[in-house]
Design a protein around this ligand. Structure first.
Ligand code: CTP
Ligand code: CA
Length: 227
């Protein structure tokens, strides 16, 4: 198996990567967010750039430095992330790694909500746009669209559903049970789910997983060019 790309197989290609969480404001001092360090997404952006791609990384709030050789667009909310991704189209490759908040607060308060002594405020939520599904069905859909599936239960069944529903070419399925240490950790155990089946990767450092995904992308695009 090819484990790392050699040379710059993605020279001349453009890529979009999302990474990190999104923050959905409740009021000026509070927000709803997902757990995400951005380590896996940032490593993928860096690996694609190292392989020669021109990479736009759309990142939610993280405490990581911007990867070298990558154009980074910093956003806060899912809506802003979608807008930044659409602004970066067209692209040859898109990899959606961000842990996007599925819901935002329906009516953000521009004043700080005060504790009143009458109990917590009711927080009505609205569903955020699905960025991967939007781009997977876009009229400017990139030639190769890859997403993740973060699951605690029924990993493969859920990953296959996401593959089909979101218009992706591959889903990297991730067990995010708290005992696994994936969220915020340095390593990742990935099952690559495509229409052809499932490829089990060993537990890898997130940088190594990024290189392996980059090699898979390069091989996939080379295979298409040759047919
Ligand atoms: N994703 C996205 N926009 C969203 C939600 C998810 O782009 N609003 C992307 C993620 O970046 C990931 C994939 O979709 O690549 C799957 O995310 P996940 O949270 O596992 O799945 P959801 O479709 O949000 O479903 P659920 O959280 O209910 O499992
Ligand atoms: Ca989700």
């Amino acid at each position: 198996a090819i484990l790392a790309p050699s040379g710059r197989p993605l020279e001349g290609l453009t890529a979009i990567v999302t990474s990190g969480p999104t923050h959905e404001p409740i009021d000026p001092v509070r927000y709803i967010a997902n757990r995400s360090s951005g380590r896996q997404g940032h490593a993928i952006a860096a690996a694609l750039a190292e392989a020669g791609a021109l990479v736009t990384l759309v990142s939610g709030p993280v405490s990581l430095p911007d990867p070298k050789g990558v154009l980074v667009v910093h956003v806060e909310t899912a809506a802003d992330m979608l807008a930044a991704v659409e602004a970066a189209l067209p692209a040859d490759i898109a990899v959606f790694v961000a842990a996007v908040a599925d819901w935002r607060v329906a009516a953000e308060s521009d004043r700080k909500i005060k504790k009143t002594g009458d109990g917590p405020p009711p927080l009505a939520l609205a569903e955020n746009p699905d960025i991967l599904a939007t781009i997977g069905h876009h009229d400017q859909r990139p030639g190769l669209v890859v997403g993740f599936a973060a699951e605690t239960d029924d990993l493969l069944a859920n990953a296959r559903k996401k593959l089909a529903n979101k218009g992706a070419d591959a889903i990297l399925a991730n067990d995010v049970s708290p005992s696994g240490g994936v969220m915020g950790g340095a390593e990742n155990t990935i099952r690559l789910v495509t229409a052809d089946g499932v490829e089990d990767w060993p537990k890898l450092a997130k940088e190594a997983a990024a290189k392996r995904l980059t090699a898979w992308i390069a091989a996939k695009l080379a295979g298409r060019a040759g047919t």
